[in-house]
Design a protein around this ligand. Structure first.
Ligand code: ARG
Length: 469
């Protein structure tokens, strides 16, 4: 069986067929095989086997000649896998048996000795952990790319005013830079979560054997050291059966996608002519086959849509696990496709997002106009009155009346004359206009976490430093 071809007909008996009197039914063979998807683990399977073989040989359980033959065979296999020339065969139900069969063809009895003190149960658990560790590192670097693109936007727009919303109603002015920095924070926590999850992924199950450990004098610590695992799984039953580390990963992944989805939703809104806040590069939009004027934000829409799929994988894995008694059950073979698709969806989404962020143009005028539209500095006027001695609740009332007047006159609060404003409160003086402007409002929110342009610039610097670490 090659990449897309049909499975080849049965050639030899199954590795475990000794106990059975009739061959496995064709339908069962097809139903139970995982090789069409778990072949993705091939390189990690080889890596794990090489470390196991080395440990066996150091422990005197494998001769130096056998170790050499295994290494030689595995290097051929690795090459075949990379070239797409490996003879995948559905008769050997999974990636492990396929590689073992090929190794035995290449290395003779040495290939058959490799499985000493090991089971596919601890083998597959090891492979998935090696795979996932590798993918987590990649995803964390993709997240950093996204953060970097957001930081560039934030720096460029540290003082670009836009309306900040609550309930999607204009609330207070913020800067576009500050808005982008909100996502830098979210993706930063996502990177932390993945790093934290990695610590629990990076523990070695090998040595647990089928479920109870092994009677051979193996050295699990040595295998862990060779494979770069931080620790051993300390209970053999748990080691071969639980997939909580994959569930944890999918949960972190679902949060990544949730953040991507929120950002995407904003892009879709901001791109609509009603907002007109941003333009996404043509290379990231599509046209309509019937409406010539359309520029559709397909990329953010798809990213938003794919979030549902990743959430689904999380639920699939939780459900897969919940009814399983200890220890290994074949159910666990179903962990792979949701996990692989989660990794693929995330890496595809984050790569295209980073690229797209570099092609965004911001319409400063449209943002500023919108910030001026909804009386976004009303809170600033209330705060001004409070600072002059008025209780906040009274100030709230006074400003509400001023807003009503401005609304009647279809103007902004800052367009009302000093005399008019003084009609609402004698506390108002000429200096009120400094807080009624967008710029005054922005500059005043200069505490940690605030939207003041200087604060945004220092937040960008701090985030850049922590990205380097
Ligand atoms: N393909 C199997 C899986 O993915 C490997 C472990 C098989 N173990 C067993 N006892 N059948 O879970």
């Amino acid at each position: 069986m090659t990449q897309d071809s049909k499975p080849e007909p049965a050639t030899e008996a199954k590795t475990w067929s000794g106990r059975f009197s009739v061959p496995i039914a064709e339908s069962v063979k097809i139903y139970t095989a995982s090789v069409p998807f778990d072949r993705r683990l091939a390189e990690f399977d080889i890596q794990g086997s090489l470390a196991h073989a080395q440990m066996l040989s150091e422990a005197g359980l494998l001769s130096p000649e056998d170790l050499a033959a295994i290494r030689q065979g595995m290097s051929t296999i690795l090459e075949e896998v990379r070239q797409g020339a490996f003879p995948w065969n559905l008769d050997d139900e999974d990636v492990h048996l396929n590689i073992e069969r090929r190794l035995t063809a290449l290395a003779g009895d040495a290939g058959k000795r490799l499985h000493t003190a090991r089971s596919r149960n601890d083998q597959v658990a090891t492979d998935i952990r090696l795979y996932l560790r590798h993918e987590i590192d990649h995803l964390r670097s993709l997240l950093a790319d996204v953060q970097e693109a957001l930081l560039d936007l934030a720096e460029q727009h540290a003082d670009t005013a836009m309306p900040g919303f609550t309930h999607l109603q204009v609330a207070q002015p913020v800067t576009f830079g500050h808005h982008m920095m909100a996502y830098v924070e979210m993706f930063g926590r996502d990177r932390e979560r993945l790093a934290d999850c990695r610590r629990r992924v990076n523990r070695l199950p090998l040595g647990a054997a089928a479920l109870a450990g092994t009677s051979y004098p193996i050295r699990r610590e040595r295998v862990a050291e060779l494979l770069g695992f931080d620790a051993l799984c300390l209970n053999s039953l748990d080691a071969v059966s639980d997939r909580d580390f994959a569930i944890e990963f999918c949960s972190a992944a679902a949060l990544v996608m949730t953040h991507v989805s929120r950002l995407s939703e904003e892009f879709v809104l901001w791109m609509s002519p009603r907002f007109g806040f941003i333009r996404i590069g043509d290379a990231f939009c599509t046209g309509s086959s019937i409406m010539p004027q359309k520029r559709n934000p397909d990329v953010p829409e798809l990213a938003r849509g794919k979030t549902g799929r990743v959430n689904g994988h999380l639920v699939a894995l939780l459900t897969l696990m919940k009814g399983q008694p200890l220890a290994y059950n074949k159910d666990n073979q179903e962990d792979k496709e949701p996990l692989f698709d989660t990794v693929d969806t995330l890496s595809g989404t984050l790569s295209v997002l980073a690229e797209m962020l570099r092609q965004i143009t911001v319409n400063r005028d449209a943002m500023r106009r919108a910030a001026l539209e909804g009386f976004s500095t009303a809170t600033d006027l209330a705060d001004y009155l409070v600072k002059k001695g008025m209780p906040f609740r009274d100030a709230h009332e006074v400003v509400a009346r001023a807003v009503r007047l401005a609304e009647e006159r279809s103007c902004d609060l800052s367009d009302l004359s000093l005399e008019t404003l003084q009609g609402f409160s004698t506390l108002v003086a000429q200096d009120v206009f400094a807080v009624l402007t967008i710029e005054g409002s922005l500059a005043s929110r200069d505490g940690v976490g605030g939207t003041a342009p200087d604060r945004v610039r220092s937040a960008v610097q701090a985030a850049r430093l922590s990205l380097k670490r």
